[in-house]
Structures are given as structure tokens and as C-alpha cells.
Ligand binder design. Structure first.
Ligand code: UD1
Ligand code: MG
Length: 450
């Protein structure tokens, strides 16, 4: 049997006013990625799967994010916000293309999983016209209630339209639905707006399916998976759920987390074997960590490639564009940015390495600073293999330090240093024999006569 094709329509035209933010709601991040991107990644992918995102009229950024995450996404603008069914029909053109399954999801429900989308599609294969994702709400207030009679889903009643009796129902509509693609448009086009809010409710699809003598079913999931985000507090709750999942998955994959509840991961963090992460580490998006690497406490890492057996921190900050070769070491209070460090490089203390390429086995002493910015432009520092940069050196970019070169401590290097050369840039040291003793005598006398 050939696999059924699918179209997923993600509704993201929400205003998100309760976030009290100038950022569109669905672009707020959890686990280092936008709410929307979590949904787009969970939606069916690959051959036979297409994707449409419905965005608000002033939300170019939401359309851009959709295409960044899923290059196959088409986007549709819902000009007026007239309800969830109206929003779905903004993507009429995509729906009319006639995929076997039409899936609907909300852009502000980031915890939904790929498996749940598949579970929801299963009844369509067996002839159901509509499958609705339901959950048992701890507090059902505000949700659409699933009205089940004799074990069959007959309607969804929105809070504003529900009777006192119906409001007692705790089985609620999560918002995710799957329609049989051949019947979807016919059903959606019948939805009206004669209800308490005067909106076109997607949820009315259930009663219409019933009137047509077709089958609508409920697939249940946990409340955690379908949390919708409307406020910053709910954003933090979703973050907690996602972090718990990511930590568990990391440990199942063999990562040692000494105090998992203190470690923050991103949804795309990649781990090798035998990685150890100490307490209080924050890992942002775009990080891969090689075999046997150890991340010591209080390190902050974003968009960085970490090789095998690398030691990091404590208190290290790896910024975007960092790449650390196998066996390299980044010690305490070291910051790196757009820096490629080949294997065996050591930067053990108090340094800034930015816009730099450091050859294998070089050693950057405490307080080495690449002066990459002249106030107008950024410049590169190139350091060859096996170089030794003495403590407290400033490397004023653009500058090239040759392989095997040696920089004397405290130097401000503004000119290129050839391979195997020694460069020292500092005033000659003067030593006055007995000078300290004489200085003390003068000062003590002055103090005594005061
Ligand atoms: C909706 C469901 C309700 C369900 C709940 C789950 C309807 C009528 N009600 O209610 O049964 O229990 O979600 O969270 O579907 N949107 C648009 N354009 C619109 C209206 C909404 O894009 O014109 C988008 C929103 O951005 C959001 C989603 O659709 O992502 C749901 O809309 P929302 O207003 O939050 O619906 P609820 O009242 O929560
Ligand atoms: Mg909602």
C-alpha cells in the first residue's frame, strides 16, 4: 500500500497580545527555537508531505521563520481574524490540491510530537472523515469540550456556547485535527458563524461530519503535550516540560548529567558518546558535542562545534562560530566567537579569541586578547600551529602569528610575526639596586612628620 500524502496547515495568525511583547507570539523561543519551529518540525515531513502556514497580515517575520525551518512551507495571509475555520480556509489553494490527509495544528502549541500527528492520521485510513486530538484538562475552562454520546464524538462545544452541563466535561479539544483530504473542503465550507463569538469555529466541523453521516473520532493525549502558549508564564511552563524531555533523551543517549535539572539544552543539541555535563550549564541552539567531552559548570555555549575529548570551563563562554578541535581545552573566563581552534589548542584562562583561526597545539596564555574590532570593522587573527602566546598579550588584528612563533608576555602585537620567530613588545625593564629600600625610607619619614 502506498503511503497517504498529507498537507499540514499550521495556524499562526495569533496576535499574542497577552505576551506583552513586540515579537509575534509564535516567534518566542523555547529550548532555543521558536514556538512555531517546534510545531513545523513535528509536522509530517518528506515525500508526500506538504506544509502551509497561515500568518497574520503584518507578520512577514513569521512567514520568514516558516520558510527558514521548512523550506517546503507555503504561507498564506489571513487578513481578518474571523475564527479558526476562517484561518484554515486562508490556505484554500493548498487544501484544494487534494492531499489524502489534511492536518490542522496551532503554531503556539510547541510540545506536540511527530508520533501524535501519526496517531491522529491512523483513523483516516480506516474510513473516518475527521480525527480530533483530545485531552483530559485539569481545568477545562476556556477549552472546547468534546461531546461524546454512546462512545461517539458528536460535537465540540466552545466555552462561550456550552451549557452548564457541558462545561462539566473535562475531555477537551487540543486544537489538532486530521480531516480526510477528499472531504475536507466540503466540510469546512459549511461552517458558519452563528455562535456566541460570531466566529467561524473549526470545531463545528464535528457536527457537520455527523450530519453527513460520516465518522468523527477522538484520539487522546496528555495535557502536557498540547499546552497552548498565551502568556510568559505559560512559555516558562512549556520550557520546563521541554527541558525535562531533552534531559531525559540526552541521558538515554548516554550523556552524563550530574544535576540534570540545572542544565539547559536546545532541541537540536547533538551529543557524542560519553559526554559529561556538570551542573549549571546552558546550551543554546546549534551545538554539537563530541565523544568524551566534558563541560564544566557555569559554561554558556551557543552555535559551537565541540570536538572529541575537549574540556570546557568552568565559566567558559562559547559564542556562535566557535569550532574546537579534538583534545582542545577552553578554561575559565575564556570567551570565543567565530574562532576555529584546531586540535590540541589550549586557552586555559581569561582570554578572548574572536574572528580567529588557531593552528593545532598552540598555547594561548592567560589574558590573551584578540583585538578584533577597531570601532568600525572586524578583523582576523591567524595563528599558526604550535605557537606560544605569552600571558597578557594583545593581538591587534588583522595580524598573523607564524607557526612555532613565540610571543613574549605583555606584548601588544600589531605586526605579523614569521614562523618560528620570537616577538617581544614591551619597554626594557629597569632595575635599581636598593631602590625599594630607599623609597620606603623616604615615604616613612614623610609620614612621620605629618
Ligand atoms: C481553540 C479551539 C478550542 C480548543 C482550543 C485549544 C476553536 C473554535 N476553538 O480555542 O476548541 O479547545 O483552541 O487551545 O477552534 N487563529 C488564527 N486566526 C483566527 C483565529 C485563530 O490564526 O482567526 C489561530 C490562533 O493564532 C491560534 C489558534 O488559531 O494559534 C487557536 O485560536 P485561539 O483564539 O487561541 O482559540 P481558542 O479560543 O483557544
Ligand atoms: Mg488558544
Amino acid at each position: 500500500m502506498t503511503a497517504r500524502s498529507s498537507l499540514t496547515v499550521v495556524l499562526a495568525a495569533g496576535e499574542g497580545t497577552r505576551m506583552r511583547s513586540s515579537l509575534p507570539k509564535v516567534l518566542h523561543p523555547v529550548a532555543g527555537q521558536s514556538l512555531l519551529s517546534h510545531v513545523l518540525r513535528a509536522a509530517p515531513h518528506g515525500t508526500g508531505a506538504s506544509l502551509a502556514v497561515v500568518v497574520g497580515p503584518d507578520h512577514q517575520a513569521v512567514a520568514d521563520e516558516s520558510r527558514r525551518v521548512r523550506s517546503d512551507a507555503s504561507t498564506f495571509v489571513q487578513r481578518e481574524r474571523l475564527g479558526t475555520a476562517h484561518a484554515v480556509l486562508a490556505a484554500r489553494e493548498a487544501i484544494a490540491a487534494g492531499a489524502d490527509d489534511l492536518l490542522i495544528a496551532f503554531g503556539d502549541t510547541p510540545l506536540i510530537s511527530a508520533e501524535t500527528f501519526e496517531r491522529l492520521r491512523a483513523p483516516l485510513k480506516n474510513g473516518a472523515a475527521l480525527a480530533v486530538l483530545g485531552f483530559r484538562a485539569a481545568d477545562p475552562t476556556g477549552y472546547g469540550r468534546l461531546v461524546v454520546e454512546n462512545g461517539r464524538l458528536v460535537a465540540i462545544r466552545e466555552q462561550a456556547d456550552a451549557s452548564a452541563e457541558e462545561r462539566k466535561i473535562t475531555l477537551c479539544n487540543a486544537g489538532v485535527m486530521a480531516f480526510d483530504g477528499r472531504q475536507a473542503l466540503g466540510i469546512l465550507d459549511e461552517i458558519g458563524n452563528a455562535n456566541a463569538k460570531g466566529e467561524y469555529y473549526l470545531t463545528d466541523a464535528v457536527a457537520i461530519v455527523r450530519e453527513k453521516g460520516l465518522e468523527a473520532v477522538v484520539i487522546e493525549t496528555s495535557e502536557d503535550e498540547v499546552r497552548g502558549i498565551n502568556t510568559k508564564a505559560q512559555l516558562a511552563e512549556a520550557e520546563a516540560v521541554l527541558q525535562a524531555r531533552l534531559r531525559k533523551a540526552a541521558m538515554e543517549a548516554g550523556v552524563t548529567l550530574i544535576a540534570p535539572e540545572t542544565v539547559y539544552l536546545a532541541a537540536d543539541t547533538k551529543f557524542g558518546r560519553d559526554v559529561t555535563i556538570e551542573p549549571f550549564v546552558v546550551i543554546g541552539p546549534g551545538v554539537s558535542i563530541g565523544d568524551g567531552a566534558v563541560i564544566h559548570s557555569f559554561s554558556h555555549i551557543v552555535e559551537a562545534m565541540i570536538g572529541n575529548k575537549v574540556l570546557i570551563g568552568p565559566y567558559a563562554r562559547l559564542r556562535p562560530g566557535t569550532s574546537l578541535g579534538d583534545g582542545s581545552r577552553i578554561g575559565n573566563f575564556v570567551e570565543t566567537k567565530a574562532a576555529i581552534l584546531e586540535e590540541g589548542v589550549k586557552v586555559n584562562h581569561l582570554s578572548y579569541v574572536g574572528d580567529a583561526h588557531v593552528g593545532a597545539n598552540s598555547n594561548l596564555g592567560a589574558g590573551t586578547i584578540t583585538c578584533n574590532y577597531d570601532g568600525f570593522l572586524k578583523h582576523k587573527t591567524l595563528i599558526g600551529k604550535g605557537a606560544f602566546i605569552g600571558t597578557n598579550s594583545s593581538l591587534v588584528a588583522p595580524v598573523k602569528i607564524g607557526a612555532g612563533a613565540y610571543i613574549g608576555s605583555g606584548s601588544v602585537i600589531t605586526k605579523d610575526v614569521p614562523d618560528d620567530a620570537m616577538a617581544v613588545e614591551r619597554s626594557p625593564q629597569s632595575v635599581r639596586e636598593g631602590g625599594a629600600a630607599r623609597y620606603r625610607e623616604i615615604k616613612m619619614k614623610a609620614k612621620a612628620t605629618k
